[in-house]
Design a binder for this molecule. Sequence first.
Ligand SMILES: [Zn+2]
Length: 439
Amino acid sequence: MGSIIFCGACGTVTGSAYFLETGGKRILIDCGLYQEKDYEKINSNFLFDPKKIDYVILTHAHLDHSGRLLELVRDGFKGEILTTEPTVDLLEIVLADRLHLEPKLGPKSLVKKVLKLCWAFEYDQIFDIPGGIHFRLKDAGHILGAANVEIWCEGKKFVFSGDIGRPGTPIIRDPSPIKEADYIIMESTYGGRKHPPFSLAKKQLKAIIEKAREEHARIFIPSFAIGRTQELIYFLNDLVESGEIKPLPVIVDSPMALKVTKIYAKYTNLYDEEALARLAKGDQIFSFPLLFAAASVEASCRIEQIKPPYLIIAGSGMVTGGRIIEHLKRHLSSRRSYVVFVGYQAKGTPGREILLRKPRVFLDHMPVENRAKIFRIEAFSAHADHQELLSWLKNFEKEPKRVFLTHGEPGARSVLLKDIRQNLGFTVEAPRLGRKVTF
Ligand SMILES: [Zn+2]
């Protein structure tokens, strides 16, 4: 007999954690941080005893899937963390950043302690763990190193989707199909939503840059460090090197994004055909004329001396912190500033307020007039939309026994649930937090 307890991401899009007990082993799939306000309490209270977990299988390095590894190890976890090699590299950056922002969590050495427990595995190969358990990691096409996890034990097969990426995502490969499972635990972030194709993002970016050049404007792009920043650099590289736009100064003003870009540059073996073709032609995909890196604070301050037009990519993605704050404090009140949103802006964040064109927003507790031109490029998304989620499920050749939808707000989750039930005829449910299912 085996069981799963749903320990997170039930009716929310953060806090992913699933406790699987099978073959006499206790396996946690993901150990993510809750980032929704009402759920913060849960972060310090696990629904299980960390000391008793044998393995963590980690789908990817995003904080909402990996962040609570710090608490897990602090609270006595001594097992092994199984994931891909790029995820281990990214994990170091992500966890160090979290610890830097929340020093109360523990000493800096806590990150090293987590990393020491990590073991890296290739995609597409089946590995054994004691207890007659086998697992395989499949490319999820979401961010570099992200995986869907297949687990076989006691004659049953489980698939944990982690986050499912989109076909056509730049740089990385498309999600790799999985063909069979008895039980599927699947994300539903964008149930009921449709994303424009990625190619549109490049077109919009080009139009915004051309307009900025005419108006001698400054372009500010608040961006997440992992994935989004590299996609932006990739598209800008393409626009500049193909001659579609004249080069303008592009500054990546985020130490974290710069570190992540180095990791993206390292794993060329995981690129898609298009990125590989560029490399084969001798193009460095993260390097083009007038691209600058601002690693130090001094370098960041020197940006002020550059004559517009220019483009700054800086964190954080929702303007809740990071170097984008200083830039916007100085320039949000100017009509010749462009703010371009390329990611989700959660309720209550300064990013959302700017996007909603509130005439005055608070940055670092300081009121700032918002007169900038605001743009939004919706085509950037690391998550499959409704139809793409359905297509992912259609890869399964035999009907699974049960599908559990997680990692979605209640509305999105129920729209997807209905569609799966009606159109695919699968047995599908939306578990609540703490629900235990036995097999
Ligand atoms: Zn993710």
